[in-house]
Design a protein around this ligand. Structure first.
Ligand SMILES: Cc1cc2nc3c(=O)[nH]c(=O)nc-3n(C[C@H](O)[C@H](O)[C@H](O)COP(=O)(O)O)c2cc1C
Length: 186
């Protein structure tokens, strides 16, 4: 597949089919992530491929946060359990972390490189007939979510990337043409 085709057809996938994703496929996606541009070659990315128990525990942490907004305890319990079960059912869930540094310039570069790795992963997935969904938010710093992932001290979780075969191809989201975002500076 041409890179331009992968770029054009990549979508954030909402629902995955039951088609399993092999360990070899996951390994090749992570290998693609590690080829991202990376100033100083700090290779700051760390990947946690979560099994069903870890996905369930992460889902409970996320579900807890969502459930706190509900007043009805039964609805809260159901929501928590639903979110946890949805996560357990995911074909593949990868937590992407970046190694922390005290140097703010390097921290910014390392975050950028890690997210470029996530972009690589998303495009490599398209080439394998797979789709991805990136998830972020305050939950990534939640102690229960960090425990579920098993992330070690000194690393910041910057994204969850779910991977699997897309149940359907979402329509493209409308984008502002590049020309409208561009200034040609003489
Ligand atoms: C850094 C980053 C964080 C994102 N976090 C979320 C998220 O928490 N939840 C979500 O539904 N989508 C998230 N997305 C996906 C975007 O919503 C999605 O890329 C956007 O809607 C455009 O759709 P497309 O990816 O299909 O082109 C994230 C994307 C990026 C790059």
């Amino acid at each position: 597949m041409h890179t331009s085709d992968a770029i054009q057809t990549r979508r954030s996938v909402k629902r995955f089919t039951a088609r399993p994703v092999t360990r070899e496929e996951v390994e090749s996606l992570l290998q693609a992530a590690t080829l991202a541009p990376n100033h100083r070659l700090t290779q700051p990315w760390r990947f946690y491929v979560l099994g069903p128990e870890a996905r369930y525990a992460y889902g409970l942490a996320l579900g807890d946060r969502k459930a706190r907004k509900l007043t009805d305890p039964d609805a809260a319990r159901t929501l928590r359990e639903t979110v946890a079960a949805e996560h357990r059912a995911l074909p593949v869930m990868i937590a992407v972390a970046v190694v922390k540094t005290d140097n703010p310039e390097i921290a910014e570069e390392d975050y950028a490189a890690t997210m470029m790795g996530v972009a690589n992963l998303g495009l490599a997935a398209v080439a394998l007939g797979l789709g991805t969904a990136i998830r972020t938010g305050a939950v990534l710093d939640d102690p229960a979510a960090r425990r579920a992932i098993g992330v070690v001290e000194g690393q910041r979780v910057v994204a969850i990337v779910n991977v699997g075969e897309a149940a359907e191809q979402p329509a493209p989201r409308s984008r502002t043409p590049a020309a409208d975002c561009t200034t040609w500076v003489p």
